[in-house]
Ligand binder design. Structure first.
Ligand SMILES: Cc1cc2nc3c(=O)[nH]c(=O)nc-3n(C[C@H](O)[C@H](O)[C@H](O)COP(=O)(O)OP(=O)(O)OC[C@H]3O[C@@H](n4cnc5c(N)ncnc54)[C@H](O)[C@@H]3O)c2cc1C
Length: 404
């Protein structure tokens, strides 16, 4: 597989990336078939726990963290290249403890949580002893406009009493805590109304309603999405993350690098799907000497996919370098552009790979159909495509004098 663009590979990655690729082939891809025979929650306790131990022993655990915190001290651009390789398997990021939403929550707690919260929740999260989730979206309101939230956190004495209804809280089943976005001051300007509060999931009033079936799969444990009700769920005021009213600011901060992580993971999926497509196209014959790959339309899909994936990767790595150098705010429009461009590329490449595989493509005998089900959401979560296109267009048109 041609997955490592040498242009962006730094000296410390030059020796690491081939080792990582080999590890994925030997230890990770062979476990993927278990996704179709056993619940994920069961794999977490068994085969995946062993796999994670192997990653730790190799010294590759939490590669996104600074060295002083046990990570590899990579820049965002370097981690993007690692993330791309890990993304070639649905188990990659989980195996290395850099999976969403935990990776975003780790970064958030590192920067904005008190020493007490870091000791109690960040440390075990980094060690992989616990998992976490992020609880913001509500079924009753359009998540695309996150300032409209009904969940409240009322300060009573030295406690927050949280009431609300959330859904698509990914990976809530089995998580030790949720980071909940709740309105702490409904009189404040819209972007100053909400705060982030850490809620241990064993707090009375944290009511787990269901795992939500997605495209026919309910999933379990880390690989599931849940609906949660907060009913007079009460936590100490010390469980506030950052300051009151900073919820949206922190969410934005969490999402900037998060979009690089997602986009590079999607490019990893594209590369694997592309590889499967090419292998199948040359090995499946229509007549004795005529493989599917000899057909011009298949060649066109392959050429277009190659160009789209390469373009997507250059856009993402360029954005990551910009964030490394100038910060996420300066790269806001580019971050929006990669979010919709790469999600669209992902859908197209997966669809073509499935089409080339014929009936086999929609079975679970390859990994393609799994991704087709689970990654359709890529065009919706972290902001639907339409919202990001608006951000890009507004930025461009402002330069032409349009006032919006
Ligand atoms: C797989 C998956 C995992 C998720 N994980 C989490 C999680 O862990 N935690 C969490 O809190 N949330 C999570 N979410 C929720 C996600 O953040 C929301 O789905 C997203 O913000 C969109 O909100 P919505 O679903 O309410 O869609 P809506 O806001 O109701 O939008 C519906 C549609 O309207 C259109 N639209 C919206 N705004 C505009 C616009 N400005 N211009 C034009 N068209 C527009 C778009 O086509 C959009 O898809 C997850 C979602 C998915 C699919």
């Amino acid at each position: 597989m041609q997955t490592i663009p040498s242009l962006f590979v730094t000296p410390r990655l030059r020796s690491f990336l081939p080792l990582l690729e080999e590890f994925l082939h030997q230890e990770v891809y062979p476990l993927e078939k278990l996704l179709f025979s056993r619940p994920f929650a069961d794999l977490e306790k068994n085969e995946l726990a062993t796999l994670r131990q192997k990653v730790k022993s190799a010294g590759w655990w939490t590669p996104h963290l600074p060295e002083k915190d046990g990570g590899m001290g990579l820049t965002l651009t370097e981690f993007g290249l690692v993330s791309q390789l890990l993304g070639t398997s649905p188990l990659g990021h989980y195996a290395f403890n850099c999976q969403a939403p935990d990776i975003g929550n780790m970064e958030l707690l590192q920067r904005h949580a008190s020493a007490m919260l870091q000791e109690r929740y960040l440390k075990p999260l980094v060690k992989g002893q616990i998992r976490s989730c992020f609880s913001m979206t509500e079924p009753a309101f359009a998540g695309s406009n996150p300032v409209r939230l009904a969940t409240t956190a009322k300060k009573i004495g030295n406690q927050y009493v949280i009431n609300g209804h959330k859904w698509f809280t990914s990976s809530a089943e089995g998580a030790a805590f949720a980071i909940v976005m709740a309105v702490t001051n409904s009189e404040a300007p819209p972007h100053r109304r909400a705060s982030m509060i850490l809620v241990p999931t064993d707090t009375p009033g944290f009511v787990f309603l269901r795992r939500i079936p997605v495209m026919g799969e309910t999933g379990s444990g880390y690989m599931s999405h849940s609906e949660i009700r907060y009913e007079n769920c009460t936590v100490p005021v010390e469980y506030l993350i950052g300051k009151e009213g900073e919820g949206f600011q922190l969410a934005q901060e969490r999402l900037g690098p998060g979009r690089i992580h997602h986009c590079m993971r999607w490019i990893g999926i594209c590369e694997r799907a592309f590889d499967l497509m090419c292998r199948y196209a040359v090995s499946r014959n229509l007549t004795e000497n005529e493989p599917i790959a000899s057909k011009q339309i298949v060649q066109q899909w392959i050429a277009e996919s190659r160009a789209q994936i390469d373009a997507a990767r250059l856009m993402v790595l360029h954005t990551a370098m910009g964030i490394d150098q100038y910060g996420a705010q300066a790269m806001r429009a580019q971050i929006s552009a990669i979010k919709f461009f790469v999600a669209q590329t992902l859908m197209q490449v997966l669809d073509r790979a499935i089409q080339v595989h014929g009936a086999l493509g929609i079975t679970d005998d390859t990994i393609l159909a799994f991704w087709y089900r689970h990654e359709r959401g890529a065009r919706i979560y972290d902001g639907p495509d339409e919202v990001h296109k608006y951000v890009v267009a507004r930025q461009v048109l402002k330069n032409y004098g349009l006032k919006i």
